[in-house]
Ligand binder design. Structure first.
Ligand code: SF4
Ligand code: SF4
Length: 381
């Protein structure tokens, strides 16, 4: 105990510095304490190391699901003089990760003003689609178009515009993730490691808390609602993506063109996805507003909330477009919906959307190293 206390004092004497040096200081304390070992994957991964270089702390930060449990359990948390706050420093490091690995690198600066960037890109996109509709049709309201979106914007025009922006977003995300992956030096992924990481990501295992009771949100009470609302959001998004994919197959391979009937597969998938994408973001926004500020990085609140609100606007406008597609207001719903979707695509590689990919990479790295014979990664980056 005496040795532990001297290590803690030595570590706490270090000047408060960057998130990387703060994480190093705190993790040295945690590595001596190890009280939280059963909470999540971060602490077992930490015990495999004695050095916490920037690439190691970026890996651990993305492995952290920000459940908040280790802050409420910690005897060295503020107001203790050692001021250990793992959820906060991990949140700060996640932002550092996104900024450091962004491609092109200078675009990583957008993370600093992400809330404004999302609001601007979404509203400018709505304006651009409004002007495009006018330019293509000479007027905005084209009467009742029987749900035919392509009477407002030709199919090929939409495919070209969204294809270019989406393609760039995927490329930028892929380059950033590849850099992150290479710096983590993960080793070879076996089938078992891939399966475990996929399972842990799809079930959001580490939002379940160490005992399956869930996360802490506004206080030290545990709740599964953050996990549930994440699931509504993620699976809602995936259903919307599936709806678009099925519609693409219908269009190009089956010669079946929109508008599709209410009981068709693209409409059913899109409607279910849209409903999930309303319930999830509404719940996440509520929890975010209620959240104990000590759990995270205050500077990232605008980014978190802008992303949640944008998803909500996409789903509400999408459902509105479906509900009013046979009326004269269809064009306005279409312009607004496309503008919000474009706002998401433009900010995808430089906003909250990226967090799922970085977290998946960290989960895979964790599954790989658990299976390595030499578990201790002493000196490993
Ligand atoms: S967060 Fe606190 S209680 Fe948990 S391992 Fe670290 S020092 Fe120990
Ligand atoms: S906040 Fe939760 S997920 Fe993150 S390190 Fe602490 S216990 Fe683990």
């Amino acid at each position: 105990m005496q040795q532990l206390n001297s290590l803690i004092r030595e570590a706490s004497d270090l000047a408060m510095g960057t998130p990387e040096s703060e994480a190093d200081r705190m993790l040295q304390i945690c590595n001596a304490c190890r009280y939280c070992e059963g909470f999540c994957a971060v602490f077992p991964a930490m015990t495999r190391r004695i050095e916490f270089t920037p690439s190691v702390v970026y890996y651990l930060a993305n492995l952290c699901h920000n459940c908040g449990a280790c802050l409420h359990a910690c005897q060295y948390a503020p107001p203790h003089e050692f001021a250990v706050n793992i959820p906060m420093v991990m949140a700060q490091l996640r932002k550092e990760t996104y900024m450091s690995y962004a491609w092109p690198r200078m675009m990583g600066e957008l993370y600093k003003i992400n809330g404004v960037a999302v609001a601007l890109s979404a509203s400018v996109s709505v304006m651009v689609f409004l002007l495009l509709a006018l330019a293509l049709n000479g007027k905005f309201f084209g009467g009742v178009l029987d749900g035919n979106f392509y009477a407002v914007f030709p199919h090929n025009t939409l495919v070209m515009i969204f294809g270019i922006v989406f393609g760039f977003a995927i490329l930028a995300l892929a380059i950033g993730l590849t850099r992150f992956w290479q710096e983590m030096s993960p080793g070879r992924a076996s089938g078992g490691a891939v399966a475990e990481a996929t399972h842990d990501a799809l079930t959001l295992k580490y939002l379940g808390g160490g005992h399956g009771d869930g996360c802490n949100n506004e206080d030290d009470a545990f709740s599964l609602w953050r996990k549930r609302f994440h699931h509504f959001t993620f699976y809602g998004f995936m259903l919307c993506f599936a709806a678009t994919s099925v519609a693409t197959i219908y269009h190009y391979f089956l010669g079946l063109h929109a508008p599709y009937a209410l009981n068709s597969l693209p409409v059913i998938l899109g409607t279910l996805g849209g409903v999930g994408l309303v319930i999830g973001p509404v719940g996440l926004l509520y929890l975010n507003i209620q959240r104990d500020p000590a759990h995270g990085d205050r500077s990232q609140k605008p980014m978190d909330r802008a992303f949640i609100v944008l998803l909500l606007l996409i789903s509400i406008s999408g459902l509105g477009l479906l509900a009013y597609r046979d009326t004269v207001s269809m064009s306005i719903w279409l312009v607004v919906h496309l503008g919000f979707v474009m706002g998401l695509f433009l900010t995808m590689p430089y906003g909250k959307f990226a967090h799922g990919f970085y977290r998946l990479a960290a989960l895979l790295k964790n599954s790989i190293e658990k299976r390595q014979k030499n578990h201790l990664q002493f000196g490993a980056d």
